[in-house]
Structures are given as structure tokens and as C-alpha cells.
Design a binder for this molecule. Structure first.
Ligand SMILES: [Zn+2]
Length: 65
């Protein structure tokens, strides 16, 4: 996901991205990750919200709708 490269992830971010990329169940991980971004990286959180929704990404983020 392109927003990964648009900010400097902290340690928690990196761990969550790693989990998501390694194929752990994505709904919980994605939701946790967006919550983390919203609270800890408010600028990127807003950027993601502006970016959404796109049809193909809705499938990966059903909780976002
Ligand atoms: Zn972070």
C-alpha cells in the first residue's frame, strides 16, 4: 500500500506492517494499524482517509466503510 512510504513509520508501525505483509489475518491488523495511525500519526491517518475509498482497497478494508 503506497501510504506506507509517505511517512516514517515508528517501531509499532513497522511491526504492524510486517504482520500485515506476512499474511496474518488482515481485518484486525489493518484496523489496529489505522487506529494507531489516527492516534499517533494524525497527518498520515488523514491522508489515508482522504485516499479512501477505492474499490479495490475496500476489499482489504471492509471496516473502513
Ligand atoms: Zn507508528
Amino acid at each position: 500500500m503506497k501510504f506506507y512510504i509517505e511517512f516514517n513509520p515508528c517501531k509499532e508501525c513497522k511491526e504492524m506492517i510486517k504482520e500485515i505483509k506476512e499474511g496474518f489475518p488482515t481485518d484486525d491488523n489493518s484496523q489496529k494499524f489505522l487506529r494507531h495511525l489516527t492516534y499517533n500519526h494524525s497527518e498520515i491517518g488523514q491522508a489515508i482517509i482522504d485516499e479512501f475509498p477505492k474499490e479495490e482497497e475496500k476489499e482489504h478494508f471492509p471496516w473502513f466503510q
